[in-house]
Design a protein around this ligand. Structure first.
Ligand code: SF4
Length: 360
């Protein structure tokens, strides 16, 4: 493998041995100014993985700098993943690294793929356009594939080997890469190193929370209604004023409020403003949305809200999010940062007052 290969496939044994031989301490990897770009790229790897795709740089030149940045960004990304230590992030990251590798592997020749396979202990003999892979390796790598074509019964077995096309072998290697990365995370990172990474981790955690929301995992604490997005605040104001909401907006508001942690009774009370209010019917509808029938409904995205004419009062923050829940998450985050700042300023004022009184 040449230097470019080590940078593009940093999960192989040779790449990690090379990084080890450079003698960078963990501390230096995190703090050295010379490695700023490697850290930026490492964080970018993690953030891109949350969008599903890690873009590999072209690395066409022969200068050592870009290759080293790309190579060292990988251990930094692993440190960040380990500090966050969230199974969802670890899975997403491992898969995204593996998919990025597969995109490159599809274009490589059989000798390269065979060498890479050896690194994973996979016995596969290449010929012009196919591989004969030992059936036990085949089963191990193909077991997680959903498509029926990967089932062993749908493959021809010859003297203990399964014949597969070059691209199929690359796809199996993707699975080997994913498993290697996922199984090796988290690594042990001292607390003080994670603290030094805090600015990077904050940004990753915000995006991670947003992605989890989009995948249906809500984990809010206290409900802060003053931070609700304009569309939901408007719907609540209308409800309180006795205006009848369109069914789609009623659904959007109810599912939003349930996801951020309001109880069924709290929402019923919100709707309970008119004399002919039917509490049982409303309870049934809210409980249905909350999952009593076995299906938990997620609040709709901004695109869906716009399609149904339910996006109201879009503001600056709306331009940076794709889901009303993410508007709320970001507002919560901004608020917590403001509170931290006020506390820090309070501490400095306290210290100043103490110093002034000591001088008296
Ligand atoms: S952009 Fe999204 S969050 Fe903002 S008002 Fe429209 S639907 Fe609500």
């Amino acid at each position: 493998m040449d230097d470019r290969d080590l940078a593009l496939y940093p999960f192989i044994s040779e790449a990690s041995a090379y990084v080890g031989s450079l003698g960078f301490s963990l501390d230096r990897l995190i703090t050295s100014r010379a490695l700023d770009l490697a850290r930026i790229r490492g964080k970018e790897r993690v953030i891109q993985s949350l969008s599903g795709e890690i873009n590999k740089p072209p690395l066409t030149g022969s200068e050592e700098g870009p290759l080293l940045i790309e190579l060292l960004s990988y251990p930094f990304a692993r440190i960040l993943i380990s500090c966050v230590d969230d199974p969802f992030l670890t899975r997403r990251y491992s898969l995204a690294e593996a998919v990025a590798a597969y995109t490159l592997l599809k274009t490589r020749d059989t000798d390269f793929l065979s060498n890479l396979g050896n690194d994973f202990g996979v016995v596969a003999n290449p010929s012009d356009s196919h591989f004969d892979i030992n059936f036990t390796d085949y089963i191990k790598l193909a077991s997680s594939m959903k498509d029926l074509k990967w089932k062993l019964v749908n493959r021809k077995l010859d003297h203990g080997n399964v014949r597969i096309k070059k691209e199929e072998f690359a796809r199996l290697l993707q699975e080997a890469v994913r498993a290697r990365i996922q199984d090796s995370l988290p690594i042990e990172v001292p607390e003080e190193i994670c603290e030094l990474c805090a600015p990077h981790l904050d940004e990753i955690k915000v995006i991670l929370d947003e992605r989890k929301t989009e995948y249906g995992a809500g984990d809010f604490e206290a409900v802060e209604s003053d931070l609700f997005p304009p569309c939901i605040a408007h719907a609540i104001a209308n409800t309180m004023a006795g205006v009848n909401l369109a069914h789609s907006m009623r659904f959007a508001m109810t599912s939003f409020l349930l996801t951020v942690g309001m109880t069924v009774d709290e929402i019923i009370n919100m709707f309970n403003i008119s004399p002919d209010f039917d509490v049982e019917k409303t309870r049934y509808q809210i409980e249905h949305i909350s999952g009593s029938s076995g299906t938990t409904y997620k609040p709709p995205s901004c695109d869906t809200m716009k399609t149904y004419g339910n996006c109201y009062g879009e503001d600056e923050l709306c331009k940076r999010i794709r889901h009303p829940l993410n508007y709320y998450r970001r507002k919560l985050w901004f608020k917590s940062k403001d509170e931290e700042k006020v506390q820090d300023e309070g501490k400095s004022v306290d210290k100043g007052e103490v110093a002034a009184s000591e001088q008296k």
